[in-house]
Each structure stands twice: as structure tokens, then as C-alpha cells.
Design a protein around this ligand. Sequence first.
Ligand SMILES: *Cc1c(COP(=O)(O)O)cnc(C)c1O
Length: 375
Amino acid sequence: MSKITNNIKTIPMLDLKAQHEPLNEEIKTAVRDILDSSRFILGPNVSSFEQEVAAYHSVTGAVGLGSGTDALYLSLRALDIKEGDEVITTPFTFFATAEAITYVGATPVFVDIDRQTLNIDPSKIEEKITPKTRAIIVVHLFGQPADMDEIMAIAGKHGLKVVEDSAQAFGAKYKGRAVGSIGDAGCFSFYPSKNLGAYGDGGMLITNNPEISGKVKLLRNHGTTGPYQHSFIGYNSRLDEIQAAILRIKLRHLDTYNRKRRDIAALYTSILGNAVQCPTEKQDRTHVYHQYTFMTSNKRAEVEKALRSNHISAVVYYPIPLHMQIAFKYLGYKAGDLPVSEAAAGEVLSIPIYPELDPEDARMIAGVILTALKN
Ligand SMILES: *Cc1c(COP(=O)(O)O)cnc(C)c1O
């Protein structure tokens, strides 16, 4: 739904109020029940939501956590990745992906991306593997499933673990399998703006390995193995009951939300397909368009300006690849080291996409972009 302010219609990147509205009564009732029960931490909603998420992904284990960042960090802890180890990942992602690697004392090793999918390029992984490499964190960026067959084959050959950062891709499918269920562990974020968003922070780890889910269940709660017994140093990272109850309600609508995102994306691509590099839909994959991100080569500034003057939001995700971030200066990368990521950072633009976006507005947005490209 677009918003009218001072008679000027503006279109945001995301409209959470429009998503909330039809669920309002159901959510209020669920939250009121929790307030009445006073059961706020690790209660029935968290365990039911864990079971529902496990069933959705056809996996045996799901563990509700405080955030997606924690899911990444605790998966590395459970896989016993530590100081001196190297973890391969993409530089073209949200900062938390690589941040989590540093939390366990390991070193992020960045591998350049594929320009078509904006995900890690499997053909460039092996040259970065050393005797210290222990794992690969794959990111399904913007909702686009990464090249899992190739990545799992490389990991198998070199004895590496695979963690799927699925924070932007809840419900995306790779050859019929939900992303997050293919590697050793899958990590989700329920940050409010994600495809499945809570009303605060939240995260989840999924796995088919009972050792990993068992370890993460202990880690999220101070390594508690019995009343006031702690077998190892853990952490405080628990999904709370109120968020779990809200997420249970929203999970029932997730496939519909994702289908609507895909419809908007198809509409954008049908109009913009010949003018810009639109997101690719590789065979056998279901992209869930957390973002609709295209590349314009050298016309991004013009397109941004035209959108702005028409009160349409647009954002550059991500303007600085991680190997060029000041926080990772100590890793010693320099400009030109990962050229595809660096070029993408200079060309990408994300435009509004959300289930409630009016297709007429999407058509209008695409029209504004086409006009800007012709000028
Ligand atoms: C959002 C996000 C995270 C972090 O999730 P939080 O719940 O905000 O901690 C990690 N990786 C990616 C790719 C994300 O988009």
C-alpha cells in the first residue's frame, strides 16, 4: 500500500503496516495469551514454532535464537570452528555474515561473486582453500538460492562444513529443497524487514544433524545441562515467546507472501528485461525476492534521481563489499582483489518489493526507470 502525505504519494521499500493490518486481531489475541500466562522465555510457542519450521524445511532439528547473527555464530561454535581456522564466504552480503566468523576467532576468506546471481562464484572457491579452511558460509542473497550442488561437491571433496546464511531467503527452493536444509546448518533471521519478519529481533538454526541442534540448544542457554550445571561456556540467545507466537501466525502466510513477491518481480522483469540486468531465475530454483535488485552499468545515479523525484524509494544493497570495509582492513585486501563484487557494488539498485505492493504502482515504478534510462 502506498502512502499519501500532503497529497504526495510516496512508495516505501517495504510496508510492514499493510502486512500487519489483516493479522492484527489474531496477533493481539496471541500476545495477550502470553501476557496472561507470564511464560516469556522458552515456552510452548518457541517449541511449536521450532517444530513448524523444521517441518516446513523437512529437517529434524530447529532451534529458536535471539537473531540471525547468533544463528551464524552458534552454528560455527557447534561445528567447533575456532581461532586459526579459515571460513570462506562472499564479500557481497550483509556485514553480519562475516562478523560471525570473527566471533569464533576464525578468519573470513572472501571469494568473488557470480555477476548473474550476485552469489558466491563456485568456480573461484577452490583456489582459496588452504590447510586451514574449515567451512564455507553460503549466502542466498536477496532470496536467490546459491549454486548448492557445486558448493556441496567442493565441500565434500575438501572435507569442509557448509553453513547456509538463509536470512534473506526463507522459503526459497533449490531443486525442490528449501534453502537452509542442504548444508550442515541453515541460519535464518526474523529481523522485521525479512521475508518472515518478527516484531523485534529473532533467529533460527535448522539442521539434520542432532549433534549440532543439541549443542546449539545448550549454547543458547549458557551451556546449561541441568539446573545450575554448565558443561561449557555458552551464551544468552533465545527466541522469546511473544516473537515465536507472532512468527507462527505469519509462517502460515509466508508462501503467499513469497508468491506475491515473485509476481511483482515477474512484472518488473517483463518491463525492464531489455533495459537493465534483471535478477536471474536459474532453472530449478525459486527466488523469493527479499530484494528486487538490478544493474544498470553506468546509469544508476540517473535512475536513483528519477525515482527520488517521483517519491519512490530505492536503496543500494550493498555499496561497500565486505573486503573493502574498514572493520576488515586487517585482512589486507585491496581494491581490485574481488572485481566482480566491486563492480556490482557500483551498479546495483534495489527497488520496492513486498507482498502488498500494488501491481499498478510496480508498473509505474518500472516506467519511471525506463524513462530515466532513455534520457
Ligand atoms: C539480516 C541478515 C543477517 C543478520 O540477521 P540479524 O537477525 O539481523 O542478526 C545475516 N545475514 C544476512 C545475509 C542478513 O540479511
